[in-house]
Design a protein around this ligand. Structure first.
Ligand code: SAM
Length: 170
């Protein structure tokens, strides 16, 4: 009994810690995109059939699940945190989307992102700055990058001010 309480307390503390992670860390905290914002992201990027959406730091997979279920895209999620990876993977299976969405427990800096037609990011500015050279090197011309909340140092193509979403095109 005491052991169970201790384990629950540790998990709770880890969750709280992960939310309070310093915002200038390349490990962005666990703030998540809700369904309404995920839909707004897909609308802004005109996501549709044939699109391959990469969510870099996919968290629980909400943006990808929305892009696939409601906008007919396919998706790839990269998540470094094993707990969030596990949650995303299970949500994808629960929604029976295993053939449409692949989730990888990896560092996105080590993953080839050249097959993406749409990149979705909800990351702190420091991580976005570090990703910029990778975007320029790997993404094909015309790839859309949609960033929730934080700006990327690229020419802005579209801005949904109400939902704090910015779109850039390579
Ligand atoms: C602010 S959360 C956003 C989660 C999800 N994209 C969403 O919008 O709900 C940022 C996520 O990026 C992940 N992350 C940060 N750096 C990463 C890296 N280098 N490789 C893979 N995932 C990373 C974090 O673990 C966290 O889950």
């Amino acid at each position: 009994m005491v052991n169970t309480i201790l384990i629950i307390a540790i998990i709770f503390l880890l969750l709280v810690l992960s939310m309070l992670w310093p915002p200038d860390s390349p490990w962005a905290p666990w703030w998540r995109t809700n369904k309404k914002v995920a839909r707004a992201i897909c609308r802004l990027a005109k996501v549709g059939k044939g699109d391959v959406v990469y969510d870099l730091g996919c968290g629980d997979g909400t943006a990808l699940i929305t892009a696939v279920k409601e906008f007919n895209a396919t998706g790839v999620g990269i998540e470094i945190d094993p707990v969030r990876f596990f949650i995303a993977k299970n949500r994808v299976s629960f929604n029976k989307l295993n053939s449409e969405i692949k989730i990888f427990n990896k560092n996105f800096f080590d993953v080839d992102i050249s097959k993406a037609s749409v990149i979705v990011v909800y990351l702190v500015p420091k991580a976005l700055g570090r990703l910029l050279p990778k975007f320029k090197k790997e993404l094909k011309k015309g790839t859309k990058i949609v960033s929730y909340r934080y700006e990327i140092n690229l020419p802005l193509k579209k801005h949904d001010k109400e939902n704090e979403i910015r779109m850039y095109v390579i």
